[in-house]
Design a protein around this ligand. Structure first.
Ligand SMILES: N[C@@H](CCC[C@H](N)C(=O)O)C(=O)O
Length: 275
């Protein structure tokens, strides 16, 4: 599936508890050798929600949050259960999702804003982080179940995110690395966002980055706790509600790729050569 072009391979491991190693996830996500995706998602049974969603980045790392995959999995489960609401457990907590017409709305939970919750390497104001890399400086840091650095710029065009993204992702200030966003205010309640994702690189969209962006822009007084966020792959409607929860609404899409799996041994080995 994909959410605004941020694409996923989703394994249903609810019955056999299918478990993919970091190497296996890297292989599946590889766009040349494997199927190719930004994140690999595995569904497991949950004791507290309708389903547990495991998230592995294209580099094999396991993470706590993925907004776009949450919408996709929510849509699958809403269809399967014939329900209007669903709960999804992740490493970061229990998320609630519901139908919103053809779209899915997810309560992405509460942002964490203290320096040691991001986490940063040392104490500082997360609304103005002491960091300058290339032409980018003073990001807002937000944790949405995963760490985000949000840089506000006059124009997102012409910024070399391929060059600066990895430098910031792996900067010593972020002991767990960081997702890196550049945000331009295009109008009242209208933000343009480009993202370099931790463990995946440039993606067409990042739901948790959109959450972090509406929180960061609100803290800086650029929006009034709500925004339409325009990503490379489409638009997400975001709100940071008065109860401190971040609400995300957007599209999902199915990509039927079952036949692509046939040549692969999913333990992480490509056995096409033997066939
Ligand atoms: N694409 C996701 C975020 C996936 C995880 C992220 N790369 C991380 O390492 O934290 C989204 O839509 O939120």
């Amino acid at each position: 599936m994909h959410g605004l072009g941020n694409d996923f391979v989703i394994f249903d491991g609810r019955e056999d508890r299918f478990d993919l190693s970091p190497d296996g996830a890297r292989f599946v996500a590889d766009r040349h050798r494997g199927v190719g995706c930004d994140q690999v998602i595995t569904l497991w049974p949950s004791n507290v929600g309708d389903v547990f969603m495991r998230i592995q980045n294209a580099d094999g790392s396991e993470v706590g949050a993925c907004g776009n995959a949450t919408r996709c999995v929510a849509h699958m489960m809403l269809q399967e259960f014939g329900a209007d609401k669903i709960t999804i457990e992740t490493l970061a907590g229990l998320l609630h999702a519901e139908r919103n017409g053809q779209q899915v709305r997810v309560d992405m939970g509460e942002p964490r804003l203290d320096w040691d919750q991001i986490p940063l390497a040392r104490e500082m104001d997360t609304e103005s982080v002491e960091l300058v890399v290339g032409g980018l400086g003073n990001p807002v840091a937000v944790n949405m179940g995963n760490p985000h650095a949000i840089f506000f710029v006059d124009s997102v065009d012409g910024i070399d995110l391929e060059e600066l993204g990895p430098q910031i992702e792996t900067h010593e200030l972020f002991p767990e690395r960081a997702n890196v966003s550049i945000v331009e205010k295009r109008g009242p309640g209208d933000l343009r966002l480009r993202v370099w994702e931790r463990g995946a690189g440039i993606t067409q969209a990042c739901g948790s980055a959109a959450c972090a962006a509406v929180v960061a822009a609100s803290r800086r007084g650029l929006v009034e706790r709500a925004a339409a966020i325009e990503l490379d792959g489409g638009t997400l409607v975001m709100a940071w509600a008065e109860d401190n929860h971040v609400m995300m609404t957007g599209d999902v899409a199915y990509v039927f790729a079952g036949h692509v799996f046939a040549p692969f041994n999913l333990e992480g080995h490509d056995d096409r050569e033997r066939r």
